[in-house]
Design a protein around this ligand. Structure first.
Ligand SMILES: Nc1ncnc2c1ncn2[C@@H]1O[C@H](COP(=O)(O)OP(=O)(O)OP(=O)(O)O)[C@@H](O)[C@H]1O
Ligand SMILES: [Mg+2]
Length: 507
């Protein structure tokens, strides 16, 4: 069997021409081959050969059965038969590249028909269209979400107005002098339900990407850490939970509460995918250098599990609102829609890798917060008025020092010697923005104070400080509060007050 190239078989051509043709075909972003009627490959360009992990020389002269993978053969066979009978065929198919990538490829087969009408073989052109495919899918998804979003936000908007009216009429009743039983049995449940309704509409708006986000500088690691501690308690012991970080920490500028909900949704999904147990791994990957942690730099957060995984058809739908594979009453199918909405609204991206039996890996990329210079004002120069804070510590000198520092940093300060005294102020002084309390004090402990204050004033920022491992203790107490380890840099305190605690290590 002659092994000359079919491209040179009809018209006589010089070696130069051949070389030029080879250069051109090798440079094209297309896999090119020629297959004869007996399924021998007579020509292949580099790109085609590389897809099979072979050199051009290794392919030319080989029979298809010798190097084309069985599944690809099975998939392509009807098309090859058609091409062999003289038909032009175009088809799109998945293909595993020799380097391991799973690609979407569009292949064109063109029969090589001689003057007498006999088919000598066919030409193959294969183009990698993976990128276009995923761009198309992303666009479709975005359009779908937009439509759902408009609907959801329309409903949420009107519903919020109704809730405002309901709550507006209920709250004065609570504050009036109604009979306690009436209040407890009728008014309070109605208020709670209305507030629940408001939360639900907020969730709808999250899906619609139209909720008002309250972005702040968030220490990702602290935030993830706190959430994982909470998650730990809701996961069965058969599920392991670990956190890995790489690079030097860079804060994010995001809505903390929403971000926590995102992580929770991902962890709960992972749990549901591992009824027999397994591992959830959370990874935080910071931009490589802190000075690069600026616009354009992204923090990568991965939530990976070793659970059931998903087939491609399922994975393609998971971000759709109300898509769930969990039976009725088990899942609403809103978890990942919320995740998607949040990520998009925060100018980030989310990707999923999954295969049946091989677990699932969600990768979220969020823009790192731009660097802001630390508070570099010289001591004594007050910053713009930062509001009223309350300092609680039984140690008189420490209290005075803290008060002075906070005043210098621009706060108005009240102080209290113990928890009881502090609670009176929390109740009586509505302008109070933040409570900064020692943990171990005679009488009421800082934890007790924090819990009561939280109940009285849910909007109050609370920061605890301690000489012990207060974070672990706060965790055991079920308090998700920033705990500063003494001694600390006053700037860490400011950050904790302003952002809920970005830096709780000692200075
Ligand atoms: N880690 C995972 N492993 C396997 N399948 C997953 C995973 N995460 C999500 N899924 C699939 O995606 C679907 C949608 O997830 P989503 O969180 O949006 O809704 P849900 O978990 O079913 O309900 P809920 O509203 O309670 O969150 C799930 O029903 C499940 O089939
Ligand atoms: Mg879910």
């Amino acid at each position: 069997m002659p092994l000359e190239s079919p491209l040179t078989s009809r018209a006589p051509r010089s070696g130069d021409d051949d070389a030029r043709l080879r250069t051109i075909t090798d440079a094209l972003p297309v896999g090119i081959a020629y297959v004869d009627q007996d399924k021998y490959y007579r020509f292949a360009n580099q790109r085609f050969a590389a897809a099979y992990g072979l050199s051009v020389e290794a392919i030319v002269g080989k029979h298809a059965d010798e190097f084309i993978w069985r599944d690809a053969m099975e998939l392509g066979d009807p098309f090859f038969t058609a091409a062999h009978s003289g038909e032009a065929v175009d088809f799109t198919h998945p293909a595993r590249h020799a380097d391991g990538r799973l690609l979407t490829v569009r292949t064109f087969l063109r029969p090589d028909i001689g003057a007498d009408g006999t088919v000598h073989g066919f030409y193959v052109w294969s183009i990698n269209i993976t990128k276009q495919k995923s761009a198309e899918a992303a666009l479709l998804q975005a359009q779908k979400m937009d439509a759902v979003g408009q609907l959801a936000s329309g409903i949420a908007h009107d519903f919020n107005n109704l809730l405002a009216i309901i709550l507006g009429n209920l709250l004065p009743l609570r504050d009036g002098d109604l009979d306690a039983a009436l209040l407890e049995d009728y008014i309070e449940p109605a208020i709670r339900a209305s507030e629940q309704g408001a939360k639900l509409t907020a969730q709808l708006l999250a899906i619609a990407r139209r909720q008002p986000l309250r972005p702040e500088r968030v220490d990702v690691e602290e935030c993830v850490d706190n959430l994982l501690k909470l998650m730990r308690r809701t996961l069965p012991p058969s599920i392991g939970l670990s956190l890995d970080r790489r690079g030097s920490p860079a804060p994010l500028h995001i809505d903390r509460a929403q971000f926590e909900t995102v992580l929770m949704n991902l962890c709960l999904n992972a749990r549901d995918a591992m009824p027999e147990g397994g591992d959830i791994r959370v990874e935080i990957d910071y931009p490589s250098a802190p000075e690069e942690a600026d616009e354009g730099r992204q923090v990568r957060i991965v939530v990976a599990d070793t659970g059931s995984g998903m087939d491609p058809a399922t994975a393609a739908q998971i971000f759709e609102p109300f898509f769930t594979t969990k039976g009725t009453g088990k899942g609403t199918g809103l978890g990942l829609s919320m995740v998607w909405g949040f990520v998009r609204q925060s100018r980030g991206t989310i990707d999923v890798e999954s295969a049946p039996g091989a677990g699932t890996r969600f990768t979220i990329r969020l823009p790192a917060a731009p660097e802001v210079p630390a508070d570099t004002r010289p001591a004594g120069t007050p910053a713009a008025g930062r509001g009223l804070v309350l300092v609680v510590d039984d140690n008189h000198d420490l209290r005075q020092t803290l008060c002075r520092q906070l005043t210098r940093l621009g706060y108005s300060v009240l102080d209290a010697e113990n928890g009881e005294e502090a609670l009176e102020l929390v109740e009586g002084v509505t302008e109070l923005r933040a409570l900064i309390s020692d943990v171990v004090m005679p009488g009421m402990s800082g934890f007790m104070l924090a819990r009561t204050a939280q109940r009285l004033r849910p909007d109050l920022r609370i920061v605890l400080m301690t000489g012990y491992d207060g974070a672990a203790q706060a965790d055991r107490e079920g308090l998700a509060l920033p705990v500063l380890a003494k001694p600390f840099d006053p700037r860490a305190l400011v950050r904790a007050i302003e952002a809920g605690g970005e830096d709780n290590g000692p200075a």
